[in-house]
Design a protein around this ligand. Structure first.
Ligand code: PMP
Length: 405
């Protein structure tokens, strides 16, 4: 037998990717995948940009290029974030950003603070580097700053990983005051903040909020003194298949990320970066409008169906943006039970739901330490109004029947 590394033995499988295999059957209404609505991809615009790039800059687009990424794109990103292009690294999806940042910032055994629940893909990316996850209590407004402060007074930590806007999986958003408090506590305790912001631009309700990076930048003496590393992505606003994303960080971090990326894949595809750059000025703003309108509408249809069809004690998050709604069945109780006294387990009920024609993601895999048996994540982005209505009604019946037995 070929011996494996200890890093490979720390790797974990994504329960969600396994679940998606089961749920991607044509007759199943799926609220499971975190997929942007494919009918909204700006196909024609991407095609036109590709044609134009290949006919005018084809040889540059197809040649090896710099590890840092396509300079005009990095400049555009930097301008919008109030940083400089040499503090921006292009990555192949922000999933690669999570991996590279972990390589550069983490040593085995380091404590990484995470939301409860959090993005499963981040747990997967950080695990091989020996991250020890500690969950910070969160409520409907995200991380509770007092819980964060108490934890840091007990145990030091290297990193806080957070998705402050329209979180995956809960759809929750951290209010401005909590953003400031989180930055203050982490700075005081010397903890780096890893801010993951792929949904930032998908707000369909309420006031725009500054990112943690922007708030930290306002207070820092220089851009290299900011204690926030920010991940951004074009996946949810243009198309995930382009695999185009970025990391903003102080220079000394970027210098190391460049080396890590050289070892990983030399650079992200130049053609894709040029396509994205061709779209950011003229296509992206109208694309964002379409996404916000459609997702806002679908979120509303789902919220209304949930109120009518789900058990009265189920609590649904009411996201102001993003792609997800989070449900806690039997809220109020520590562990909701059926009338027969068994805990409602959304993982065990998935099979019944899929047989009834609807799929969701059970909440448990999003908890670093495996709680959340009675929770689930629903994506409202890629189903029609009719599918949402039918799917939520069916799910409501599945959960009500589980409560009855
Ligand atoms: N972070 C979060 C919070 C996500 O939800 C996702 C995608 N589901 C990613 C990172 C990865 O996105 P990508 O690699 O496509 O940029």
């Amino acid at each position: 037998m070929i011996p494996l590394s200890s890093a490979s033995r720390r790797m974990t499988s994504s329960a969600i990717r396994e679940i998606l295999k089961v749920t991607q059957q044509p007759h199943v209404i799926s609220f499971a995948g975190g997929l942007p609505a494919p009918e909204l991809f700006p196909l024609q615009e991407i095609q036109a940009a590709t044609d134009s790039i290949l006919s005018t800059q084809g040889r540059e687009a197809l040649q090896y290029s710099t590890t840092e990424g396509h300079l005009p794109l990095r400049e555009w990103i930097a301008d919008r974030a109030g940083t400089t292009a040499d503090r921006v690294q292009i990555t192949s999806g922000s999933q690669q950003g999570l991996d590279l940042v972990s390589r550069v910032l983490l040593d085995p055994g380091d404590v990484v603070l995470v939301e409860q629940p959090t993005y499963l893909g981040a747990l997967q990316a950080m695990s091989p580097y020996g991250a020890q996850f500690v969950e910070i209590a969160s409520d409907a407004d995200g991380i509770i700053p007092e819980a964060l402060a108490e934890q840091l007074e007990r145990t030091p930590a290297t990193l806080l990983y957070t998705i402050p806007s329209f979180q995956n999986p809960t759809g929750r958003t951290l209010p401005l005051e909590r953003r400031r408090a989180l930055l203050e506590v982490t700075r005081r305790h010397g903890v780096t903040v890893l801010e993951d912001g792929p949904y930032n631009e998908l707000r369909f309700r309420g006031e725009h909020l500054p990112t943690l990076f922007e708030l930290a930048r306002e207070q820092a003496d220089s851009l290299d003194d900011v204690h926030v590393v920010h991940l951004g992505s074009f996946s949810k606003v243009l198309a995930p298949g382009l695999r185009d994303a970025w990391v903003q960080a102080p220079r000394h971090v970027i210098d190391r990320l460049v080396l890590a990326k050289q070892g990983a894949d030399l650079h992200s595809p130049t053609l894709n970066q040029m396509i994205v750059h061709a779209l950011v000025e003229d296509v992206l703003p109208q694309q964002l409008e379409r996404l916000r309108e459609t997702y806002g509408h679908r979120a509303g249809v789902m919220a209304s169906a949930l109120r009518r069809h789900f058990p009265a004690d189920a609590q649904a998050s009411e996201p102001d943006g993003g792609m997800f709604c989070w449900i806690e069945l039997g809220s109020g109780a520590e562990e909701p039970r059926t009338t027969a006294g068994r805990a409602i387990d959304t993982g065990a009920l998935l099979d019944t739901a899929v047989r009834a024609g609807v799929a969701y993601v059970p909440g448990q895999p999003f908890f670093a330490h495996g709680d959340g048996r009675s929770t689930l994540r629903l994506s409202f982005t890629s189903s029609t109004d009719e599918q949402i209505e039918t799917g939520i009604r069916t799910l409501g019946e599945v959960f009500a029947a589980a409560g009855d037995d």
